[in-house]
Ligand binder design. Structure first.
Ligand SMILES: CC(C)(COP(=O)(O)OP(=O)(O)OC[C@H]1O[C@@H](n2cnc3c(N)ncnc32)[C@H](O)[C@@H]1OP(=O)(O)O)[C@@H](O)C(=O)NCCC(=O)NCCS
Length: 163
């Protein structure tokens, strides 16, 4: 396998949607328009993994001044603001056939590098309880329950301080 990590382009939207639909239940999926928004607004802080022309995984990020995400964070204007202090992971997924090979860890490293280059304070995300150990392994700490009700799931806000 020769994974190439690069910023997403409009030509990748179908592949990103395929990863999303392969990894999440219907009520917790981002849709095509969401990925177009990611490409148009936050491509510079997001990544896809290209394996021989197939999108094998992706991380979608935005900047925010919040320390824990809420519903609006996923939909409100994604364009970065000068007052934003944190880089938030809106979505992270790897196609099942590529899981367990360290690809998600590589995506997190790339997002973290962008956050550090941009002088941001923390990397943050919301996750469901079963993934808390995965993110703890990467250095995140559990902050508190999130107000997000996306997909009618209980979300937990996690943070990795960068400075
Ligand atoms: C979670 C996910 C992104 C991990 O991708 P991946 O490429 O398999 O992750 P990695 O190979 O980088 O795993 C890194 C470590 O975390 C562990 N890990 C992976 N998934 C895990 C999980 N669901 N729970 C606990 N630990 C997990 C791996 O065993 C590995 O540990 P190791 O280094 O000791 O072997 C992937 O399983 C996925 O897309 N799941 C469905 C979508 C999802 O839940 N995304 C997260 C939304 S909050």
């Amino acid at each position: 396998m020769n994974p190439i990590y690069r910023h997403p382009e409009l030509k990748d939207v179908d592949g990103m949607l395929n990863v999303e639909q392969s990894c999440f239940e219907p009520d917790e999926q981002m849709d095509r328009d969401d990925f177009v928004e990611v490409v148009n607004n936050v491509s510079a802080m997001s990544f896809v993994i290209d394996v021989d022309g197939e999108i094998a995984g992706m991380i979608s990020c935005r900047t925010t001044d919040k320390d824990v995400l809420d519903n609006e964070s996923y939909y409100e204007d994604l364009a970065p603001k000068a007052t934003d202090t944190n880089l938030a992971v809106l979505g992270l997924a790897v196609l099942p056939k590529y899981q367990g090979a360290g690809l998600a860890t590589e995506l997190l490293k790339r997002a973290e590098a962008v956050a550090k280059t941009d002088g941001l304070t923390s990397l943050i995300l919301d996750c469901r309880d079963r993934l808390i150990p995965f993110y703890e392994k990467y250095g995140f700490q559990l902050l508190r329950r999130s107000n997000s009700t996306f997909g009618d799931i209980k979300w937990f806000g996690m943070q990795k301080k960068l400075k």
